[in-house]
Ligand binder design. Structure first.
Ligand code: KG4
Ligand code: ZN
Length: 344
């Protein structure tokens, strides 16, 4: 059995975890940076990179201590090598390279999105390839067919904002604070989802993609009228997101060969309303529904260590010359979506 150390630093969580190939999580240490970024209402890349540099080594030490291990016990060192805020990615990747070089152990450069994509398999030994994955995070909104490790077909993506970005911007507009997703969900719990008329971008469109930018602008306009309670706007926004996700998912599922399982991953997968809706949809389709526990949805080291374990088992390791990638699509062959920029 292989023991993998995994480092994550692509956004605003610094994390180190140790995972064994039999799915035992031996340690996972994580430090959020909310306090560093709150005053700015969003993640400031340079501040994030500095915080990662300060926190990473102590977190690796903490993970080793928690697991009762030394670096000698580790078989390979995995780190997020992109996509993400490049300063932060470089901190984690350089740390992993230094550890790999000093201990003469293999390096595994992990695509952060593959970390999210494979995370459900860490907690569900019965989840086999292929599966349908809705990947919803701060930077992405994609529907993927996961064929195997390193093998993805992108079926749909957002043509503008990521879904987590829409949550974060809505929180900012409504003055709900940072990070936005959980704050919007909390406010929505006390609101009326039918109170504020909001659009459902691309609902019913004859294409598979997602769009959220118009929704965010509509939230701003609704808020500026002064007519609505913040809780009602939050609830109406969350309902609009749920409706869009469901409509777009239905479009693709109706047109593809059936898959046994629907899986949701990424930070937005922590949202209760989205989880419930997807679970009901999967049940109606006769698909299994798999969602990682909340702590494994948002960025963490265990998902990177696990993706590292899966890659290690497949014989995939990387050279110390691996260069950090600010953009790194899971499916490099996917055609760009209409209207989309160069987002992965
Ligand atoms: O996967 P993640 O931790 O980082 C990225 O790789 O982007 O996702 C972070 C995103 C943020 O936009 C955050 O607001 C959102 O996930 N998020 C949520 C919830 N918890 C986190 N969105 C909606 N509801 C939540 N409960
Ligand atoms: Zn993420």
């Amino acid at each position: 059995m292989a023991i993998i150390l995994g480092l994550e630093s692509s956004c605003d969580e610094t994390a180190a975890a140790i995972v064994r190939s039999d799915r035992t999580i031996l340690a996972h240490a994580l430090a959020g940076q909310e306090d560093h970024h709150r005053a700015f209402g969003g993640v400031v890349p340079e501040i994030a990179a500095r915080a990662h540099a300060e926190l990473m080594t102590p977190l690796v030490q903490a993970a080793l201590t928690d697991a009762g291990m030394t670096l000698d016990d580790i078989d390979a060192i995995a780190a997020t090598a992109g996509p993400g805020l490049i300063g932060g990615v470089m901190v984690g990747l350089v740390t992993a390279k230094a550890l790999a070089m000093a201990t003469d152990k293999p390096l595994i450069a992990v695509n952060h999105l593959e970390g999210h994509a494979l995370s459900p398999r860490l907690v569900d030994p019965d989840l086999e390839f292929p599966y349908l994955l809705l990947l919803v995070s701060g930077g992405h909104c994609q529907l993927l067919r996961v064929n195997g490790v390193g093998d993805y077909d992108r079926l749909a993506t957002t043509i503008d904002d990521a879904v987590g970005e829409a949550f974060d911007k809505t929180a900012k507009i409504l003055g709900l604070g940072f990070p936005g997703g959980p704050a919007v969900e909390r406010a929505a719990a006390h609101g009326d989802a039918a109170a504020v008329p909001l659009p459902r971008p691309l609902k019913g469109a004859d294409e598979p993609h997602f769009s959220f930018a118009g929704l965010k602008s509509a939230v701003l306009r609704a808020h500026e009228t002064g007519k609505y309670r913040v809780e009602d706007i939050a609830a109406s926004f969350q309902q609009a997101v749920v409706d869009c996700l469901l409509d777009r998912l239905t479009y693709s599922v109706d047109r593809m060969e059936p898959l046994p399982a629907l899986v949701v991953a990424g930070g937005v997968a922590a949202n209760g309303a989205i989880r419930t809706t997807l679970a009901d949809f999967a049940a109606a389709q006769g698909m299994r529904f798999v969602a990682p526990p909340l702590w494994l949805c948002t960025d963490n080291g265990a998902m990177i260590a696990w993706a590292g374990a899966e890659r290690f088992a497949a014989g995939l390791t990387d050279g110390l010359d691996f260069v950090a990638r600010p953009r790194w699509p899971l499916d490099p062959n996917a055609a760009p979506a209409r209207g989309a920029g160069v987002k992965a």
